[in-house]
Structures are given as C-alpha cells and as structure tokens.
Design a protein around this ligand. Sequence first.
Ligand code: SAH
Ligand code: SF4
Length: 344
Amino acid sequence: MINLLDLTRTELETFCTQELGLPRFRAEQLWQWMWQKGVADFDAMTNIAKPLREALKEKCEVRWPEIEKTQVSEDGTTKFLFRMQDGKRIESVIIPMHDRYSQCLSTQAGCAMGCTFCNTGLMGFERNLTHGEILGQVLAARKHLEDNDLPPLKNLVFMGMGEPLLNLDTLLRVLGTLPDTKGLNISWRRSMVSTVGFPDQLRTLGDSEMALPAISLHAPNQALREQIMPKAARFHIDDLVAALRAYPMRPRERITIEYLLLGGVNDRPEHARELATLLSGLRCKVNLISYNATEDMPYHAPSREDAEAFQNILKQKGMTAFIRRSMGADIAAACGQLKADQAK
Ligand code: SAH
Ligand code: SF4
C-alpha cells in the first residue's frame, strides 16, 4: 500500500488526480494535513468527506516511522531509534540550540562506505531510506517537541546514518519538500548535507542550489585518507577538492570541511599545515571534530592541547577553524556513534 509521505507535492497531485480521480485541491488538503498539521489518520482530516476518507484508506496510508526508543541526554540532546515497516532500524538526533532545536537526519539504513572509525560503517549497507522515512523523522521529532513544550525544530542537517549523496534522487526530492509553506516550512537557509564527497554527485547537488555540503575530509592527503576511509578515498582527494572549488555558492556562503581528529593519526602539526595548503583559497570553514571513542575501534581521541595546536596552525594560515563540541556523548548520540542494533 502506498505511503503518501513517500510522494512529493507534485507526485501527490498526480496520484490524486490520475489514480484516485480527485480534483487537485484534494491533494493540497491532504498535503496540509500530513506535513503542516502532522496528521496521519484519515478520519481526523475533517474537511475530507467520509466516503472519500474510506476510499483513501483502501488505496493508501500515511505511515510514520515508529519510535522504538527515545533517550534524552543530560544536555537535552535526544536520540530516537526508529523502526521502519520492514524492521530496519535507524537513528536520528535532536540537539538543543538556545531557542530552537536542530535535527540530524539519517538517509540510509547502515552505510556502504565502511569508514574505519565509524559505527554506522561497521553495520554495512542495508538500504536507502525513502522520502517518507527521511521526513518521517522530522514529523516525529516535531511532535515530540510539541508534546513536551520544547522549542521548535528549525534546523536540519543530513549527518545521521548513511551517505546522503548515495541516495541522491531521494535527497533532492526531500530538499524540495522542506520549504513548502503549506507543509513543513523549514527553509530559512540552505540545509547542510554531510558527505565523504563524490565529485559527480556534488555537481548535481550544487546545481540544485538547495543545500550546502559539509565534507568529511578527515585527512590532508590521499594516502592518509585511503588509510582511514578506504572506500571514500577511491575518489582522489585532488578531484574532490577540485569539485569543491567549483561548487556554486552565493555571497557569504561557505563549504564546511569536517576534520575528525584521531589521536596520533591525523592530528600532528604537519597534517594541519598540509591541510591549510590543500584548502588554500577555498571558501570554507573547518570544523575540527574530536573522535568519539567507541569500543572495538583502533583509535583514540586527540588531546585538548593537540586539537588546539591544530586549530591555531589553521588560523595562522588565515583559515576559519572551530573545535566542535560534541553533544549527547553520554547517550552515544554524538557524531558517528549512531548504530541501530541495540534494540534487537
Ligand atoms: N556519511 C556522511 C554523514 C554521516 S557521518 C559523512 O560521512 O559525512 C557524520 C559525521 O560523523 C561524519 O563527519 C563522520 O566522519 C563523523 N564520524 C563518524 N564516526 C565518528 C566518531 N566516532 N567520532 C566523531 N565523528 C565521527
Ligand atoms: Fe558512512 Fe559517513 Fe560513517 Fe563513513 S563516516 S561509514 S560515510 S556514515
């Protein structure tokens, strides 16, 4: 049975007019119920007459991913474990930021890239998430915030489980749905898509003008990148940086470079200097992320001094660099700690 959340607004219009023989305004009503009001039950859609509601129930449904577990961290960061209809599990995290929340969305169950430091990578690839499964995470988080009188959800990043650019068609449809003013209405600036970076897909994303990339670079040269993220490094670092230099950006926009500091591996002063040279002239800011240690991984976090020394070298070279605070570490909700196997 078709889940109406899997359709974009245009696709919903086509479905309503062609499959159900309904006038177009019905699609708009349904859209508003589903995305603006967060209603999943046809019987609660009061401006739709009963016979039509019954007809809808026979042909389609509005199915949210089921929340299997909610964990709230001391700092307010909240991790949801979702179960999809086929039993696959994914996680999404909401992070408090002053008067608002930011949500980190998953785009795949598991991930094929197998980066050597990442829990999701260890799971291997399960499957791509659909339009409704990605945005269902938003619907569920928004409801959780409303139900608990918490500040609204205002910011989305595609930084959860999976590689968003390997689910690109769906990602682009999702990005198109976000700003709809009769729907989710999340649009005040371009969303951030975190990716290890594939040159061709980056070009498509850039052409769409709907998102800015955050590139998980994590190494200043090809050899080191091959060592820590072998599959991602199949695309040469020079081709990746060339694609970034060509990325279309408006004034004041910048690409985010994510650099995971792995103690003793890529956090030496010479790595910082090499990174500054690699990125010289690129409109970017560098986020230095401290590795979140998890069991069974051959890495450890960098020392505070080493992280600061790394940042200072980048700054001396005229770059913008931040050391990013990791939220939700006590509930394993921080970057790269997402692995959806605990409920088995
Ligand atoms: N696949 C995408 C998005 C999901 S991973 C990507 O790799 O960009 C989100 C971020 O978490 C990436 O920058 C990733 O490198 C980082 N990450 C993975 N494992 C981590 C860990 N153990 N500690 C800190 N960050 C980690
Ligand atoms: Fe996949 Fe990103 Fe984890 Fe690498 S860091 S395995 S690309 S989720």
